[in-house]
Design a protein around this ligand. Structure first.
Ligand code: F6P
Length: 320
């Protein structure tokens, strides 16, 4: 394989740059020509290719965001545009593509694979919602950001004897809430994998206050049945506690990647190039039990996300 390309797609995540750097430098090391495609599948459709060299990816390892830019492409949802994307890659003589992104992006990659392009999927999303891999690139950094926020909110919540609802991202996956809740010592987590009963949350707040707790921290995933403001109004009334809302939003997507995200990104990027060099079929790359794995792309995307019941149980036990 002589010419390969790399793109980032969907919501950016810290560590995407580390993955791009690994793809470019490992590809060059194998004597390949490496192209960067700007703005994800949108850029692919517009022929937005630029040839990369070692220096194109200098000084980016430590940066959040993505130097290749990202986009959510409406056009790429339509089969005729996917055909166009595959033709565009052939026009540039590109034999293999590395797609760095979440489940929608890797599914887009699978569509290209159906049209004869060798595609390597690298899991880049803060959501940790790809079932075939234990962790996705950016998740660890996002959770660290949330934990930092919890610590700060806890200080002021205790000082004012308040309840605070912290809303986190994650779409249909509660992992950011789950990990941050356990690592940050939250009183309660509201997440899509578990039934939601606002009275249970109220009970937990009242029980805590009765035991002398100075604050209650509730972490909720975006998109839960009640909005954070609705929850705050209800809890405030039921518990008699001043209840405030903090929505962390895009703060969770930025920042310098942690060691774990940099290493995962680097190993996945390197593996993607290695597989392309071997002319392997399309694969989804990830990590299972601390080992880098590569599964058939389409099969991998069918795997359901694992929800850690024990972590969920411990959040309750440890915050009683
Ligand atoms: O998939 C990453 C993510 O940050 C989700 O957690 C969130 O729901 C979504 O992207 C937000 O997307 P956008 O950048 O389009 O607002």
């Amino acid at each position: 394989m002589n010419k390969i390309a790399v793109l980032t797609s969907g919501g950016d995540s810290p560590g995407m740059n580390a993955a791009i750097r690994a793809v470019v430098r490992c590809g060059l090391d194998k004597g390949m020509e490496v192209y960067g495609i700007e703005k994800g599948f949108e850029g692919l459709l517009d022929g937005n290719f630029k040839q990369m060299n070692r220096y194109s990816v200098g000084d980016i390892l430590q940066r959040g965001g993505t130097v290749l830019k990202s986009a959510r492409s409406e056009r790429f949802m339509e089969p005729k545009w996917v055909d166009h994307g595959a033709e565009m890659l052939r026009t540039f003589g590109i034999d293999g593509l590395v797609v760095i992104g979440g489940n929608g992006s890797l599914a887009g990659g699978a569509e290209l694979s159906d049209r004869g392009i060798k595609v390597m999927g690298v899991p880049g999303t803060i959501d940790n919602d790809l079932g075939y891999t234990d962790y996705t690139i950016g998740f660890d950094t996002a959770v660290s950001t949330v934990i930092d926020a919890i610590s700060k909110v806890r200080d002021t919540s205790s000082a004012h004897n308040r309840t605070t609802i912290i809303e986190v991202m994650g779409r249909k996956c509660g992992d950011i809430a789950l990990y941050a809740g356990l690592a940050g010592g939250a009183e309660y987590v509201v997440l899509p994998e578990k039934p939601f009963d606002i009275n249970e949350v109220a009970r937990k707040v009242i029980e805590g206050a009765n035991k002398g707790k100075l604050h209650s921290i509730i972490i909720k995933t975006e998109g839960s049945p009640m909005t954070a403001d609705e929850m705050a109004a209800y809890l405030g009334e039921r518990t008699g506690k001043d209840t405030r809302v903090v929505v962390l939003s895009y703060l969770q997507r930025g920042g310098s990647p942690t060691m774990q995200d940099r290493i995962l990104a680097t190993l996945c990027g390197s593996k993607a190039v290695e597989l392309l060099a071997e002319d392997s079929d399309s694969k989804a790359i990830g990590t299972v039990n601390n080992q880098i794995v590569a599964y058939d792309l389409k099969e991998a995307l069918k795997q359901k996300n694992y929800f850690d019941e024990e972590m969920y149980r411990l959040i309750d036990v440890l915050s009683k």
